[in-house]
Design a protein around this ligand. Structure first.
Ligand code: F6P
Length: 323
């Protein structure tokens, strides 16, 4: 192992830069040459490689986004795209590749390994915390705190004006952000993708709550479950009470990573380099009970039933505490 490369892929997440910094500096510390690939798999296909040195990652530890840029690359989903990517890696004499991204990016990395035997290690960087077998992903803690900060602000006006507020957070198929921010933000209810919900029953609860003196309501909706504006309308029509809605959107993806994500990114980045040096491939760096581990990439892209069970338990607790 003499020369390795790193790319960021899929939706950016706070802490990706901290991870790039860790990979670049760990590689140099271990006498490896290190290249950054621009725009994820797009740069791998077009051969957009940049030699990195210790100074090229100065002052990025605190910055959100990714200096390597990122993309969702359709061409890489084709065998021809992956052939081109493989040729670029060969041309640049790259012995190992680190992919920072989510489960879609890992499917691509696993296929690249299967078809071309490229040494590849994944590092989970996504606000959704939706990769299998790792307790956390880089960016999920910061995104959760960003959403919580917004909800705390909204709560001030909700309780002052005695309204019902519907807040949409990110998560097309996942509920991590919605459920956790619901619990941490004292929401009355959370609508999330893999759960059936009954808005009629929610309206009954609101009416009953009002009759008992509960005056304000916060309902968190994951984007994959419903549109906040639609829920707002149904509530107003069914209860006659004033409701408002907001979509937090990409605000949740930006900002400086919190301490948890910086530490996680630094540990995972260093572990990915160490893993490549030790001959590990087709694996994702994960964290379980605060210990770094290596998980087969294929498993990392499968839904983790244990994590889903935990989220459902946290949802049940939110409901208990909302009485
Ligand atoms: O990166 C994950 C994520 O933020 C999801 O939570 C969200 O559904 C999706 O990306 C949004 O993607 P885009 O930025 O392409 O609209």
């Amino acid at each position: 192992m003499k020369r390795i490369a790193v790319l960021t892929s899929g939706g950016d997440a706070p802490g990706m830069n901290a991870c790039v910094r860790s990979i670049v500096r760990s590689a140099i510390y271990n006498n490896l040459e290190i290249y950054g690939v621009m725009r994820g798999y797009e740069g791998l296909i077009s051969g957009d490689f940049k030699k990195m040195d210790a100074r090229s990652v100065s002052s990025i530890l605190t910055r959100g986004g990714t200096i390597l840029k990122t993309a969702r690359c359709e061409e890489f989903m084709t065998a021809e795209g992956r052939n081109k990517a493989y040729r670029s890696l060969k041309k640049n004499k790259i012995d190992g590749l680190v992919v920072i991204g989510g489960n879609g990016s890992f499917k691509g990395a696993h296929t690249l390994y299967r078809e071309h035997k490229v040494n590849v290690i994944g590092v989970p960087g996504t606000i959704d915390n939706d990769v299998g077998e790792s307790d956390y992903t880089i960016g999920s803690s910061t995104a959760l705190n960003t959403a919580l900060h917004a909800i705390d602000h909204i709560r001030d006006t909700v309780s002052s004006m005695e309204r019902i507020y519907v807040i949409e957070v990110m998560g097309r198929e996942e509920a991590f952000l919605a459920i956790r921010v619901g619990l941490a933000g004292g929401a009355e209810d959370v609508l999330f993708p893999y759960n059936t919900y009954d808005i009629g029953k929610m309206c009954d609860d609101i009416r009953e709550g009002r009759s008992k003196g509960k005056i304000s309501w916060i309902i968190v909706v994951a984007e994959g479950a419903a549109k906040a504006q639609d829920v707002e309308k149904v509530i107003e029509e069914n209860t006659g009470y004033e409701a408002r809605s907001i979509v937090l959107g990409h605000v949740q993806r930006g900002g400086s990573p919190d301490a948890f994500d910086r530490i996680l990114a630094s540990r995972m980045g260093a572990a990915s380099v160490e893993g490549l040096i030790k001959g590990k491939t087709d694996k994702m760096v994960g964290i379980k009970s605060d210990e770094i581990c290596f998980i087969p990439l294929k498993k990392a892209s499968i839904k983790d039933e244990k994590k889903t069970r935990l989220e459902k338990e946290l949802y049940e607790l939110t409901k208990v505490l909302a009485i």
